[in-house]
Design a protein around this ligand. Structure first.
Ligand code: COA
Length: 259
């Protein structure tokens, strides 16, 4: 069904594999449109609890937006490219009610790192290289890199990464909190699945509410504390809350239904 993605399932996990290996999985227009559809489908498929995004092959997660495709763009087309990307893919992932993990299996550059930054959790293989090299092309990051990288690693480190356009290693990324874990390439998907499967034992409603509240912490003009209080309060009215508390008191594992 997709030309540039492979879709795979393991239990309640949907894997989305960006599959343009000959172009280091660079995000062209078609791939972005397919990513939007694949994520939309996953969000609306009740058998899917969480999503893992990775790149095909052993060399690249995603080496950026497709440079050839935007090489002749003017400002108007550039704005549309960024705006559509934000709305249809990057914000869609960040605001996904189901958890999304990036399994960074190699180069994550430009739009590729921005894709990983939009995910809720990042796991990198030890060969991964990350960077936002846009200024070396006469551009700046356009899919949220200036915002999400600053929130994640702090303004100083973000400015160094963006202004130098240098790539950093997986270990450096771990040290500054850009990725959550670094493992060998062989172990990458296992580690991502292990974390996702743990999340999937928790209340899906609470997971959704927690994602919303944490996201609110970086949204300008939004009082994250109020979002947290509202989400906390709403949780008391759910079956998941009753099940979670009953299971604790009865010394058994909870069986959440997401209701
Ligand atoms: N957009 C379009 N095509 C890309 C691409 C991108 N972002 N990144 C890599 N490719 C293509 C190359 O053009 C090449 O295609 P070809 O074989 O048809 O010539 C192919 O992928 C392999 O890349 P190549 O550069 O030959 O591999 P390498 O191992 O020598 O270098 C990188 C790897 C990642 C260092 C290099 O590809 C690179 O710098 N890519 C661009 C990174 C970037 O600036 N991204 C931000 C874009 S906003």
């Amino acid at each position: 069904m997709f030309q540039n993605l492979l879709i795979d399932y393991n239990g309640a996990i949907q894997h989305i594999i960006i599959n343009r290996e000959s172009k280091l999985n660079a995000l062209n227009k078609e791939t972005l449109a397919e990513l939007h559809t694949a994520i939309y489908d996953a969000l609306n498929n009740e058998r899917v609890g969480g999503i893992i995004i990775t790149g095909a092959g052993q060399k690249a997660f995603v080496a950026g937006a497709d440079i050839a495709e935007f090489s002749s763009f003017d400002s108007v087309k550039g704005e549309k490219l960024a705006r559509d990307g934000h709305r249809l893919v990057f914000n869609q992932i960040e605001n996904s009610k189901k958890p999304v993990i990036a399994a960074i299996n190699g180069f994550a550059l430009g739009g590729g790192l921005e894709l990983a930054l939009a995910c809720h959790i990042r796991i990198a293989s030890d060969n991964a290289k990350m960077g936002l090299p846009e200024v070396s092309l006469g551009l700046i990051p356009g899919y949220g890199g200036t915002q999400r990288l600053s929130h994640l690693v702090g303004k100083g480190k973000a400015l160094e990464i963006i202004l130098t356009a240098d790539m950093i290693t997986a270990d450096e990324a771990l040290k500054i909190g850009l990725v959550n874990h670094v493992v060998s390439q062989d172990e990458l998907l296992t580690k991502a699945e292990e974390i996702m499967n743990k999340i999937l034992t928790r209340s899906p409603l609470a997971i959704e509410t927690a994602i919303t509240a944490v996201n609110a912490s970086t949204q300008t003009g939004v009082d994250g504390y109020e979002i947290e209080i509202a989400g906390f309060a709403k949780s008391f009215g759910t079956d998941d809350f009753k099940e979670g508390v009953s299971a604790f008191l009865e010394k058994r594992k909870p069986h959440f239904k997401g209701l």
